[in-house]
Design a protein around this ligand. Structure first.
Ligand SMILES: Cc1cc2nc3c(=O)[nH]c(=O)nc-3n(C[C@H](O)[C@H](O)[C@H](O)COP(=O)(O)OP(=O)(O)OC[C@H]3O[C@@H](n4cnc5c(N)ncnc54)[C@H](O)[C@@H]3O)c2cc1C
Length: 492
């Protein structure tokens, strides 16, 4: 058995783990990061992500502080607006049905801006996020509030920049090493036991930061905690996030906290593999449901496609699809809708069907109730409020009238061929259930007492997300809580 020693030991080399590592190192501590994946597959869900980040900002100058100077032409093209802490609290509260823990929300929101500036200082580069914003009638873009920037190079970009920062600072990362348990006694946590290349490895330390993700890639835990059919969800990110850290912490009496039966899950191409691979990235993302309607195998609509802007609705859509017969649905577009689809819809692997007429299109969808599907589309078209003008520049209120399930905004009749259908299923992104931490990132036990020497960050933090999630808050919380845990661990 090998033994390693460091002031701070971090489990997991995703965004939260790397932020913890860099922060503890800044405080003068020796740091070792332990990562289960081999070096080629390093980076966790962070590397799979799109790189959109939700932070407080006040106007274009705050965006410039992150992306560099925005020229006159670009300024003229876009209205960047602002995203205040009040708006952030409001969005986070609303989508989580006001269950978000105020301390967790406060940390995430109040430290979001300084953390973005810190990430930039670490070498992460940002760009304005023009996609998914409101499109004004004059062709300009109006930022819809929330994720205003993305990382250059997406999730791969942020990962690469932070690994480079760690290498520059000589922070050791032990790859291909799976942490299996915590070393603890009545005095707290003093290390971890890991396995690498068939060998047991012991890490001795004053502080352990668990930053090793949720249980999204663990079929058994998904079924146990999320419920029936979750074994059938496709995994959108890393195959390594199997809940090891949560299990280890619960084993020593940590408090389970947050929405353990909840998760972030979205619409994902039916042709996607069971578990995603880095080579595919986000090509299976199918988030343009706002541009059309979605039918299940009964030929019926089952949710309001225009309930709100995409970033506030897409993360709960996977659950709705999973609840449908055979866990399948079809996104249906006419020519107007197809024109709005993002590039990933066009990839070779896409489960796409095309036809000149709606009847012909529906005839190509195997397993759907065809008669009902055609009737549903006919009824939908007749229910569209043609008296209200369509406006992609805001929530336009152009909905449907008289349907059991309305489409509340951006409703357009599907009446211009050619028509397209995309078969989709549920893709799970990450789980919401986590550990109870205090505002210093310290893990609490089931009696709400601090477990000395144990910290948690990223997807492992419970109490932030319930039912749904505002887009861009996953990376932001990973970075903020990574920093918080790194600071706490350095003080330990
Ligand atoms: C397809 C996709 C797109 C996304 N897009 C966005 C987006 O645009 N914006 C946004 O905000 N969020 C997005 N997210 C969510 C975001 O990626 C996560 O919320 C965030 O990256 C979580 O960071 P983390 O550090 O907690 O976990 P991770 O980045 O997953 O890191 C956890 C690490 O722990 C390692 N690990 C696991 N078990 C062990 C063990 N036993 N021992 C050692 N190491 C272990 C894993 O290998 C992994 O490297 C997306 C996620 C996916 C999958």
């Amino acid at each position: 058995m090998h033994t390693h020693t460091a002031d701070v030991v971090i489990v997991g080399a995703g965004l939260s783990g790397l932020c913890s590592a860099l922060t503890a190192h800044e405080a003068g501590k020796s740091v070792i990061v332990i990562e289960r994946a081999p070096i080629e597959e390093r980076g966790g869900n962070t590397r799979f992500s799109n790189g959109a980040m939700r932070a407080v900002y006040r106007g274009v100058e705050d965006i410039e502080a992150l992306v560099g100077e925005i020229g006159e032409a670009e300024r003229a093209r876009a209205d960047f607006g602002e995203y205040t802490r009040e708006q952030y609290f409001d969005d986070l509260g609303r989508v989580t049905e006001y269950r978000v823990h105020p301390d967790m929300a406060g940390l995430l929101i109040d430290r979001s801006r300084e953390t973005m500036l810190w990430l930039r200082a670490q070498g992460v580069r940002f760009l304005p996020l023009y996609e998914w914003q409101f499109k004004l009638p004059d062709g300009r873009i109006k930022f819809s509030g929330g994720s205003a920037v993305e990382c250059l190079g997406g999730g791969d970009g942020i990962s690469t920049s932070l690994f480079a920062a760690c290498e520059k600072k000589n922070i050791h990362i032990h790859y291909d090493t799976r942490v299996l348990s915590l070393v603890e006694d009545a005095g707290g946590v003093h290390g971890v036991m890991a396995r690498s290349d068939g060998d047991d490895v012991r890490y001795e330390t004053g502080a352990v930061v668990l930053a090793c993700g949720g249980f999204e890639a663990n079929t058994e835990m998904r079924t146990r905690y999320l419920g029936p059919s979750w074994d059938l969800a496709r995994v959108r990110g890393s195959r390594f996030n199997t809940g090891d850290g949560l299990r280890m912490a619960l084993d020593i009496g940590a408090m389970a906290y947050g929405h353990w039966s909840g998760c972030h899950a979205s619409s994902w191409d039916f042709n996607a593999p069971e578990t995603n691979e880095l080579a595919f990235g986000t090509v299976f993302k199918r988030d343009d449901y706002l541009a059309g309607i979605v039918l299940n195998a009964n030929g019926e609509r089952f949710f309001d496609e225009g309930a709100d802007i995409r970033s506030l609705t897409y993360a709960k859509l996977g659950r709705a699809i999973l609840a449908q017969p055979s866990q399948i649905a079809w996104q249906i577009f006419d020519a107007k809708g197809s024109a709005q689809l993002h590039g990933e819809y066009r990839v070779r692997q896409s489960a796409r069907f095309q036809a000149a007429t709606l009847e012909e299109l529906i005839g190509k969808l195997e397993g759907i109730n065809r008669e009902k599907a055609v009737a549903t589309i006919r009824d939908f078209n007749a229910a569209v409020r043609a008296d209200i003008p369509y406006d992609a520049g805001r929530k336009d209120g152009r909905g449907t009238r008289g349907l059991a399930i309305p489409k509340s905004n951006w409703a357009l009749a599907l009446d211009e061929g050619p028509f397209e259908a995309y078969a989709v299923t549920c893709g799970i992104t990450f789980t919401f259930g986590g550990l109870r931490i205090d505002t210093d990132g310290r893990v609490l036990d089931a009696d709400a007492r601090v477990i000395p020497g144990l910290y948690a960050a990223g997807e492992m933090v419970g109490g932030l997300f319930y039912f749904n999630y505002p887009g861009g808050a996953g990376l932001m919380s990973a970075a903020v809580f990574g920093r918080v845990a790194g600071e706490g661990a350095a003080r330990a």
